[in-house]
Every structure is written in structure tokens, then in C-alpha cells.
Ligand binder design. Sequence first.
Ligand code: GDP
Ligand code: MN
Ligand code: MN
Length: 253
Amino acid sequence: MNAAVFAVENIPLIEKGDDIARILTQRTQLSEHDIIAISSTVVSKSEGRVIFLKNVNPTGRAKLIAMNNKIDPRFVQAVLDESVEILLESPFLLALMKSGSICINAGIDHSNVEGSDNILLLPEDPDKSALELKKSIFNYAEKNVSVIITDTNGRAFRMGQTGAAIGCAGIKPTRDWRGTKDLFGRVLEVKNEGIVDEIACFANILMGEGDGGMPIVVIRGLELYDESNGIKELYRPENEDVIRKAILKSRSV
Ligand code: GDP
Ligand code: MN
Ligand code: MN
């Protein structure tokens, strides 16, 4: 299997209401079954997910966490508001979000956002954003594509942040090898490859983290197109998540 990967040039600064599918299809010729990786930052911008810190009123709990972590209590409040559960309060906020994703600071970003008082929340429903973008791209380009919304996340156990998928459409989040054979005829029993994260990682290399202005990457030739939508199956069920249980247990002693 061969694939080609490229970042789309000349994407403007994205603002609330901007039509990302139109901006993309005006700038590049898409092929059937392309995979489009789009940075969550620009999806959030287009969805108007900006918050002004001056408008946030921190509660007592937010103030306490902020004091311990030496960060802005209004930022903490924004994280609390975006979370359904806080797994860790300190030394950083580890949040479970409505979407099922667990990440630091509920994915709220300062970087690549205009203005010193502004912060950017993740898209409210990244799977929904991905599906809408997929449909909209079809309307403009008449091509069935997969869409993966990406973010840069830190990782447990390993240094170095990497790309991660936070929403998808037109692709299965995992590629199941179970039941297939290895080189020596042994049947694979466990391997279920997290392909949307792998693709997000590679796309993230082309995006970079700074002022590159490359929020959209096209991956061509993988032939992973599928009619299924949504990333939920990538999130480990709570009752099988031993790390999550250990964190919660360590908090209560
Ligand atoms: P995240 O990983 O989704 O949190 O996004 P990053 O802040 O790491 O940005 C990823 C890429 O998108 C970088 O190349 C940024 O320069 C670029 N980027 C962010 N916002 C914009 C924008 O509004 N317009 C353009 N053209 N690029 C942007
Ligand atoms: Mn981010
Ligand atoms: Mn990034």
C-alpha cells in the first residue's frame, strides 16, 4: 500500500462562520476516498468556540485548583465547564469531556488564537463537526472523503506530544486484525489498530505546532474509506480502564 500526504497551502486565518469545506475545495483538487485531517483549532474557530477570560467568573473550587496549579482561575473554570468529570486536579487538570475524550485542560488552547484574553475550546461535538465537513466537502467537490479532526495531545508514559484524532467521519476509527494470520500462520488475537490516531500523528507532522498556517492535510491512497462515522469506539470503556481506576483510587487515599 502506498500513500501520498500533503498540506493544503494558503488557508487564511479562520474566523467564526467561515466555511472550511469551501475554503479547502477552492484550494485543492480532491480525489475519491481522500482522507482529510483538519486541526481542531480551525474547526473551533469556525464554530466560534472562543471564550474571553474576562467574562468567566471562577467558583471557589476553580480558585482553589488555580492556586495549587499556579494558573489563572478563570482558565480553570473554563476547563471545569467543558468537563463532565475531573480525573486529576493537580499538578494539571485531566478532564473527561462530553465527547468521551480524556485530555489535559479539556483541550483548551491559547496557542494560534488571536488576542491575549482569548482561549479556544475544542469543537463541542467533534464527530458531528467531522460529519458536517464530510457532507459539505461532498457538496462542493462531489467526492466521498473521510474526515479526521485532530488535536495535539500529551501522552501518558511517554514524553513528546503527538497528533490525536478527536472526531471522525467516513472511516472506522480502528482496523481490526483479529482473526487474520501473521507471517507464520498464527491467528492474531488482540491487534486492533487505532488508525485514526496514526493518521492524525502523521498529519500533525505536516501541520506543525507554530506559525506554519497548515491546518489541513490530505492523505491519498490509503483506501480506508468506510460509511461509518464517529470515534467513540476508540475510547476505552470505563469498566475496562485500569489506569483510570488507579488514578481515581490514588486520589481517594
Ligand atoms: P491543534 O493541534 O489543533 O491544537 O492546532 P495548532 O495550534 O497546533 O495548529 C495546527 C496548525 O494549524 C499549525 O500549522 C497552525 O499554524 C495552523 N493554524 C492554526 N490556526 C490557523 C488559522 O486560523 N489559519 C491557518 N491557515 N492556519 C492555522
Ligand atoms: Mn489543540
Ligand atoms: Mn497542534
